[in-house]
Design a protein around this ligand. Structure first.
Ligand SMILES: NCc1[nH]cc(CCC(=O)O)c1CC(=O)O
Length: 309
């Protein structure tokens, strides 16, 4: 009998797929290692009929898994990075960040070819305030309707015609092998992705050197830098996934360029800027860009949203 490692995971098809992928990579790299999955139900999985923005609180999809990690019931949590709040519990560490999947959002529609092709007043389903606000920036005439549920549920609802289109993350569809459902990729300059979208975060106990060493070969330094810039931006804005905030970093050989956006819920007011920095200054870049947006007027948008909720 070799070594064992237990992954704590949500039970959604996408979460299971992502955890399976990490299990396969680890077992391929360490032939004596046996990895098992332990499914944990999170608050976000339990409350499916309420818009996430109304459920409130940060980390709805990670909290129970982090508790299992801290309690020693599991050794590793495989999260979608975009579900992980900027601030982690002190005993835990996002130790390893594997190479990023496609960070873009995509449009999925049965009848229309693109965002511009949607008819006036078309019904688009999303429960993301970020997606809703950016849809309204580009197409103020659209009718945004709340749509929660796992990826498979959302795809079924658009297929059944309950919505003219939905917006989803390319990464989830790619990982599930459902890329044939994608109608159009949205340009990340025009439709800015969520902080951490397309990246996974491997979370462990900070003092667990055994698991840290096992995961080490899966780390991608370039993705980690991009995500560090995006998460510093989020941290300084003090945002959860319940506010219309977007951030996307692109790495080059010698630097990083970060685009950040804060929009009002109706998409009528948008603050958006890009800035670059040399490698190694990702956190400062994210913090600075957030402060610039706050000073430009984003603070008023966020204050209004937080005081209303
Ligand atoms: N909000 C749920 C969620 N969390 C991560 C992904 C996609 C995978 C990723 O971004 O890595 C999704 C689905 C979606 O937004 O379409």
């Amino acid at each position: 009998m070799g070594e064992t490692l237990v992954i704590g995971t949500r039970g959604s098809l996408l979460a299971l797929r992502q955890s399976e992928m990490i299990k396969e990579l680890l077992e391929a790299r360490w032939p004596d290692l046996h990895v098992s999955l332990e499914v944990i139900k999170t608050t976000g999985d339990r409350i499916l009929d309420v818009p996430l923005a109304k459920v409130g609180g940060k980390g709805l999809f990670v909290k129970e898994i982090e508790e299992a990690l801290m309690g020693g019931r599991v050794d590793l949590a495989v999260h979608s990075m975009k579900d992980v709040p900027a601030q982690l519990p002190a005993p835990l560490d996002l130790a390893v960040v594997p190479a990023r999947e496609d960070p873009r959002d995509v449009l999925v529609s049965q009848r229309f070819e693109s965002l511009d092709d949607l008819p006036h007043g078309a019904v688009v389903g999303t429960s993301s305030l970020r997606r809703a606000a950016q849809l309204l920036v580009l197409r103020p005439d659209l009718c945004i309707e709340n749509l929660r549920g796992n990826l498979d549920t959302r795809l079924r609802k658009v297929r059944e015609g309950a919505y003219d289109a939905v917006v989803l993350a390319a990464a989830g569809l790619h990982r599930m092998g459902w890329q044939d459902r994608i109608t159009a990729y949205l340009d990340p300059e025009r439709f800015v992705p969520a902080i951490g979208q397309g990246a996974l975060g491997l979370e462990i106990r900070k003092d667990d050197d055994r698991v840290r060493a096992l995961l080490e070969p899966l780390h991608d330094a370039s993705t980690a830098r991009a995500v560090a810039a995006e998460r510093a931006f989020l941290h300084t804005l003090e945002g959860g996934c319940q506010v219309p905030i977007a951030g996307h970093a692109v790495m080059s050989k010698d630097g990083v360029v970060l685009t950040g956006l804060v929009a009002s819920l109706d998409g009528r007011t948008v603050y958006r800027e890009s800035a670059g920095a040399p490698l190694g200054s990702e956190e400062a870049l994210g913090n600075d860009l957030a402060r610039r947006l706050l000073d430009a007027g984003a603070r008023e948008i966020l204050d209004a949203i937080y005081s209303a909720s």
